[in-house]
Write a protein that binds this ligand. Structure first.
Ligand SMILES: [Zn+2]
Length: 46
């Protein structure tokens, strides 16, 4: 899952939400984003 961070308001927005909003921030309508990765630690051993 790709998560973007809005350059203007700093909110995290998933790319699905961005698609819905045609590439705009849902909060401030900015079009500038950082691409971030949600850091998930995978644990295989149980
Ligand atoms: Zn924003």
């Amino acid at each position: 899952m790709v998560v973007y961070k809005c350059f203007t308001c700093g909110k995290k927005i998933s790319h699905k939400v961005l698609e819905k909003n045609k590439g705009k921030c849902a909060y401030c309508n900015s079009r500038i984003f950082y691409k971030t990765r949600s850091v998930i630690t995978k644990v295989k051993a149980v």
